[in-house]
Design a protein around this ligand. Structure first.
Ligand SMILES: C[S@@+](CC[C@H](N)C(=O)[O-])C[C@H]1O[C@@H](n2cnc3c(N)ncnc32)[C@H](O)[C@@H]1O
Length: 217
């Protein structure tokens, strides 16, 4: 997926991935991660996700997002006073507990995430086509500290029934992508098609959501 694909999505308001509330899996499973209140958290490909508000009640949050429309909407729609500035190749928007770097994740450098203790990936890995996913994981590994935990939420469905995004990512692929450097705990599997009309309408026969705790030490 080229950056222009996502810029156009935001310009056209085609953001069906955006949830109107906090993701229930975040609320249910965040406590499985051995992180403490105050530990800084990174949200890659954050969009304007309200999950950042929930996380920010517990942690300083850093997000990265390509679209300036999404970043501006996040602060405006949530009535958060924010300061704009420049941070290298990124435009930076920050409120008291949340800062969003507006630019390409693949331009992030380790010094920008040096204090991060945990990562929250919802609809980020699965936003990327198969050939980009190994690059995404290896870039995350290169910019994150060596001791880090991640809550990863994926979807799996017969890929031939729909073109992504979101793309199907199987538990086996999660093992292939992360297994060398991370321990993987599969926390939850849920049949989600019943509550996902937009995917039923596109002819998907079954769809599962998986939640993982990944740990790198
Ligand atoms: C499927 S959406 C998920 C957004 C968010 N995680 C959520 O749960 O609502 C993927 C987001 O990643 C952004 N994105 C895609 N590629 C990116 C990149 N290389 N760097 C930064 N953001 C990117 C898109 O603009 C889009 O907002």
């Amino acid at each position: 997926m080229e950056p222009e694909f996502w810029h156009q999505r935001w310009r056209d308001n085609l953001t069906g991935f955006h949830l109107p509330g906090v993701n229930p899996q975040l609320e249910a499973f965040w406590s499985h991660l051995p992180v403490e209140a105050g530990d800084p958290v990174f949200v890659p490909l954050c969009g304007k996700s309200l999950d950042m508000l929930w996380l920010a009640e517990r942690h300083p949050v850093t997000g990265v997002e390509l679209s300036p429309i999404a970043v501006e909407a996040f602060f405006e729609e949530n009535d958060l006073q924010h300061r704009p500035s420049q941070a290298g190749r990124f435009s930076l928007c920050e409120s008291e507990r949340i800062r969003i770097l507006c630019g390409d994740l693949f331009d992030l450098q380790p010094d920008q995430l040096a204090d991060i203790r945990a990562v929250y990936d919802r609809a980020s890995l699965i936003a990327l086509p198969p050939d980009m996913r190994p690059r995404y994981v290896s870039h995350l590994e290169s910019i994150l500290p060596t001791e880090v935990d991640m809550l990863l939420i994926t979807l799996d469905y017969p890929q031939e029934q729909m073109g992504g995004p979101p793309f199907a990512v199987s538990t086996g692929e999660v093992a292939d992508l992360f297994g060398a450097d991370w321990s993987i705990e599969h926390l939850h599997e849920d049949d989600v098609l019943a509550r996902e009309a937009r995917f039923r309408e596109r002819g998907i026969s079954h769809m599962t959501e998986n939640v993982f705790h990944l740990q790198r030490r």
